[in-house]
Ligand binder design. Sequence first.
Ligand code: OAD
Length: 271
Amino acid sequence: MNIEKFKLLEKDKDKYIENGLISYSYVKDLKGIDKIKQCAYFLGKAKTIAVITGAGVSTDSGIPDFRSNTGIYSKVPEEIFDIKHFKKQPHDVQNLLINLFNDKDYKPNEIHNILSDLQTEKEVTIITQNIDYLHEKSGSKTVLSVHGTIRTGYCQQCKSKVNLEWEKGNIDLHALSCGCGGYIRPDIVFYGEDVKYLEEAKKAVKMADLVLVLGTSMRVYPIAELPRYTDANTPIIIINKDEVELSTDRMVVSFEDNILKVLKEILNELN
Ligand code: OAD
């Protein structure tokens, strides 16, 4: 961060809102306040940031999201991610993951890199619903993969563990069958199972002095509830192409727009 640029924002701080204790209706139009500058001010001031991410941060890497027009759920029913469905018809999810990940070497994109760069000046916890491991690949150190990961798996029957190296191109239905006759399931969280690291995620949100919500429809619980755990003074910035509704009385500055574009505009005020 360019300190001189932040000082300029700070000098103008009467123009900005200082904290999260403000009504949602006021924030919706920000009464003429430049939203980008407002968010740059929040970002410049923040020392501890929690970032809640979803499939929208990985679309620039070539991985589809779930609920937009061309998302995964426009092609397959959401119920295939239910644990009861997996137990009856394991091949549905296995085939979907093979099509999505086998023989693909997805790379982190500029959004992942902006978030890992933030760590040089801030304490950043990424709370991701994504199973693609791209935050870790881009160098983010504190990543809570609350919906698990595709990089490891285990046999549903005998529980033996496996590493899944999708980028090598040798994962097919045969590789996802265990010698014991059971089926290998990746370490992802199915509907009907507990999400991982929930307490750590709540704590990260509670400790944060800024929360970013990026590329997620916030439709899946309990992650959709995390913003409720923010401290009273903590603002929340949402960047998502489609509208996101949060059930919180905190200050929410929302952009229905492209994540990378908005993040760059905000950073441009500080760098
Ligand atoms: P969704 O598909 O529900 O939401 C992703 C959002 O990102 C959509 O609203 C898109 O419009 C938006 N989006 C995509 N690309 C974008 C971009 N470049 N800029 C701005 N917005 C963009 O995905 P999640 O909220 O992550 O569960 O879904 C949550 C969970 O539902 C997933 O973790 C998955 C699924 O069932 C598991 O895999 C276990």
